[in-house]
Design a protein around this ligand. Structure first.
Ligand code: AMP
Length: 186
C-alpha cells in the first residue's frame, strides 16, 4: 500500500509534531507501506520521508519545477517526479497513492486533503482519507466539519467517510478496512 501523506512544510512550534511525524513514518515502514509525498526536504514532510526511508521502504516525491529549483527537493528519495504545476502534482500523487493522510500542517496540507476528500465524495476515487489528529491539532476543524454537516452542506455519510485517529496503528488499521460510501449524485 502506498500512502500519500500531506503535512507541513514547516516543523510547527511544538516538537511533538515532528516526533509524531517521525513515529508515523516509522510505523508505516514497519507495516510494509511506502510513501507518496510532495517531495520536499523541509518541515514535517522531510521528517516523514526520512523515517520511511530509514525503515527501508520506498518514498516517491512529486514536486513542481519551481520548488525543485529553489533547492527544496529531498535528494535521497526512491524517485522524484518533477512536474510543471501544483495541479499536475496533486493529480499524479492522487493516482499513485492508495490512501491519503493529513498530518499537522498549514494551508497546503488543508488544500491537499480537502481535494482528496472532495474527489472521494464525488466518486473519482474510492480511497480512504484520514486525519492523524496529533495532540488535538485538528479538533476545531473537525468541529467545523460537524457544523457543515449540521447546516446541510455535507451529508453525514460523507462526514463519516473521513477517518480521524490519534495513533498511527489505529489509523493504518482503519485505512486497511475502509469501505467507501456510495458516490454523491449517483
Ligand atoms: P503547508 O501545509 O502550507 O506547509 O503546505 C504543505 C503541503 O504543500 C505539502 O504536503 C506539499 O505538498 C506542499 N508544499 C508546500 N511547501 C512545499 C515545499 N517547500 N516543498 C515541497 N512541497 C511543498
Amino acid at each position: 500500500m502506498k500512502i500519500a501523506v500531506f503535512c507541513g512544510s514547516s516543523l510547527g512550534n511544538d516538537e511533538r509534531f515532528a516526533q509524531a511525524a517521525g513515529a508515523f513514518g516509522q510505523y508505516m515502514a514497519s507495516q510494509g507501506m511506502d510513501l507518496v509525498f510532495g517531495g520536499g526536504k523541509v518541515g514535517l514532510m522531510g521528517v516523514v520521508a526520512d523515517a520511511v526511508l530509514a525503515g527501508g521502504r520506498e518514498v516517491y516525491g512529486v514536486i513542481p519545477e519551481s520548488l525543485r529549483d529553489r533547492e527544496l527537493a529531498h535528494q535521497g528519495l526512491t524517485r522524484l517526479d518533477v512536474v510543471s504545476s501544483m495541479h499536475e502534482r496533486k493529480a499524479l500523487m492522487a493516482d499513485m497513492a492508495d490512501a491519503f493522510v493529513a498530518l499537522p500542517g498549514g494551508p497546503g496540507t488543508m488544500d491537499e486533503i480537502f481535494e482528496a476528500w472532495t474527489w472521494g465524495q464525488l466518486g473519482y476515487h474510492s480511497k480512504p482519507c484520514a486525519f492523524y489528529n496529533v495532540d488535538g491539532y485538528f479538533d476545531e476543524l473537525l468541529a467545523f466539519i460537524r457544523k457543515m454537516s449540521g447546516a446541510g452542506f455535507l451529508k453525514p455519510e460523507y462526514a463519516e467517510m473521513v477517518i480521524v485517529k490519534d495513533q498511527p496503528a489505529a489509523l493504518v488499521s482503519a485505512l486497511k478496512s475502509y469501505q467507501p460510501p456510495s458516490r454523491k449524485w449517483s
